[in-house]
Design a protein around this ligand. Structure first.
Ligand code: 5GP
Ligand code: MG
Ligand code: MG
Length: 184
């Protein structure tokens, strides 16, 4: 599949699955079972990149969770974002009073996330935290507020496990880098 397009596998499918299980345990320990009368933890996934991560995370979490999705587009080039964000699909329901965990695929500059955080914060959730599968050095450096990070990766463009280049490669079960011939 995608013969010759993938230059290297950065994180294998097994490594991803092990990490998601570990993140799920940590998150479950932090949140605990909802108290009687309290609503379930609400996972808010950012389409489309976070879909694979979110579904695996929800299946690993030993807590009842509900799933909501948002689609946003950030103006910029194919490989970097500008922080100017537009909502393509909003949440289907009110999140006020809910414990919300934003599920992200990757944080690079952190501009997309800081916009999203502000936007959701204004809707009055009981709590708002972030889990991301991947984080790049710039976000780590800027200390973007993220509670749970799967992997810190080098400053390279990666695809797979939800992440695309021109809408391709999301279906790969691992994270890899692209051969330069793909951009040519
Ligand atoms: P930020 O606003 O943090 O700079 O960028 C976050 C968004 O940029 C991600 O949700 C993703 O859509 C895109 N992005 C950043 N780095 C990568 C990457 O290495 N690969 C892919 N496929 N998308 C990336
Ligand atoms: Mg994203
Ligand atoms: Mg993309």
């Amino acid at each position: 599949m995608y013969d010759g397009d993938i230059a290297s596998v950065l994180i294998s499918s097994q490594e991803i699955q092990d990490k998601i299980a570990e993140l799920a345990d940590t998150i479950a320990a932090d949140y605990g079972e909802p108290k009687p009368g309290e609503p379930d933890l609400l996972l808010v996934g950012v389409l489309k990149g976070a879909v694979m991560f979110m579904t695996d995370l929800a299946r690993h979490l030993p807590l009842p969770t509900q799933l909501e999705f948002m689609a946003i587009s950030s103006y910029g080039s194919a490989t970097s974002s500008s922080g100017v964000v537009r909502i393509l699909k909003d949440l289907d329901r009110d999140i006020s009073g809910r414990h919300v965990l934003i599920v992200e695929d990757i944080i690079d500059s952190g501009l997309t996330l800081s916009w999203l955080r502000k936007n959701l914060e204004s809707r009055g959730p009981a709590s708002l935290q972030v889990v991301t599968l991947l984080r790049k050095p710039e976000a780590a450096k800027l200390d973007v507020d993220v509670s749970y990070v799967g992997f810190d990766i080098p400053n390279e463009f990666v695809v797979g496990f939800g992440l695309d280049y021109a809408e391709r490669y999301r279906d790969l079960p691992y994270i890899g880098t692209l051969d330069p011939s793909v951009y040519a």
